[in-house]
Design a protein. Sequence first.
Length: 213
Amino acid sequence: MAGEAVVGRVPLVRVEEVLERRHSPDLSRIELGVREILAGLGEDPDREGLVETPSRVARAYAELVAGSWDDAGEHLSRVFGQEHVGDDLVMLRAIRFASLCEHHLLPFTGVAHVAYLPSHGRVTGLSKLARVVDVYARRLQMQERLTGQVADALVEHLDPRGVAVVVEAEHTCLRLRGARKEEAQMVSTAFRGAMEHDRALRAEVLSLMGLGR
Ligand SMILES: [Zn+2]
């Protein structure tokens, strides 16, 4: 295997960087909405502790959804066509991410494991794999969609023989309210190509991810 690296956090996107982009969130509109939320909660949005809250929340959201204005293809466009690398499995485990549940606007956080089988030595840097997870995590998301989007981006840009993506996450909306399943982890998977059809291969990959039986 070419990589068993465990990468920590991808550096956070700075809000200034997001706002410089051609398309970016409308902060003043978010601020207006947050003022309404505060009023709806029975608070006085103008009291001392809350005066800056709408702008802080707006900037926090801008960072949390920064991936909406980013393109996974840009990060994967630098492909190394290295014949001597061979076409063995490449895997990056435990890529930490933070995302925003589109149903509750509450964060969900966890790790993604990404594996692919290159074809013709077409490989990308391990840090790019982490970056792609971040691009799709930093949006209004559903965990299942996030998992599929990461897999499909690799299929589209690397043309690999197979891809496996497994995401394990804890959802704030589950932990803090309603069901109150504090320890519950949601696991979602996306298999493409050989990983979808070859059960033995898939079992091997899952076990390398630390998820096998
Ligand atoms: Zn939710």
